[in-house]
Every structure is written in C-alpha cells, then in structure tokens.
Ligand binder design. Structure first.
Ligand SMILES: O=C(O)C(=O)C[C@]1(C(=O)O)C=C[C@@H](O)C=C1
Length: 93
C-alpha cells in the first residue's frame, strides 16, 4: 500500500524530469542558433546585462511559485555558464 503511494509519486517525478530534459534540449537548440549568430556577427558570447535581467525575472517568478529564489538563480547561472561555453566554442570553429 505504502509502496503504491511512493510509486505514484515517483511516476509523477519521472514525468516532470522528462519534461525538464525536453525543455532544456529545446533551450539549448535555440541557444546554439544564438551562438552561431553571435559568432557570425562578431558579438561577444556573454551579455551580462541580459543575464542580470533574466536572473531578476526568474527570482521573482520563483518567489511567486514558492520556489527558493537562490536555487532558481543558481540553476539559471549553471545553464547560462554552459551556454557561454558553447558560444565560445562556436566562435573558435
Ligand atoms: O541572450 C543571449 O545573448 C544569449 O546568448 C543567451 C544567454 C542564455 O542562455 O539565456 C546566454 C548567454 C548570455 O550571456 C545571455 C543569455
């Protein structure tokens, strides 16, 4: 009985994790196009002003959604840092 409850929770967790992976894959597809565009047009890989606005926006959304804003900032920072690495590679190609 208790195991059924846990199994149902885990099924939902698995669905959410799958959605996160698909959403991240879509985000990286777009940022790859951005990286090519920036490389072709001589734009710098990072845009700190844009990042600041994104972090502020996500921290507010996190607060509304009852998610720790610190966590949302760390998560976005982690993703953006990876994107910047991809942009730098695109510039070297
Ligand atoms: O919007 C851009 O200019 C991007 O390159 C995308 C992105 C992001 O992943 O959201 C990545 C690097 C920049 O510093 C800012 C934002």
């Amino acid at each position: 009985m208790t195991e059924d409850v846990l199994a149902r929770y885990r099924q939902s967790i698995d669905n959410i994790d799958a959605a996160l992976i698909y959403m991240l894959a879509e985000r990286f597809k777009i940022t790859q196009a951005v990286g090519r565009y920036k490389a072709e047009n001589g734009l710098p890989p990072a845009d700190p002003g844009r990042e600041e606005r994104q972090i502020e926006r996500l921290r507010n959304l996190a607060g509304d959604a009852d998610l720790d804003p610190e966590f949302s900032e760390k998560f976005l920072r982690f993703v953006i840092d990876e994107v910047i690495r991809h942009h730098q590679k695109a510039r070297e190609e």
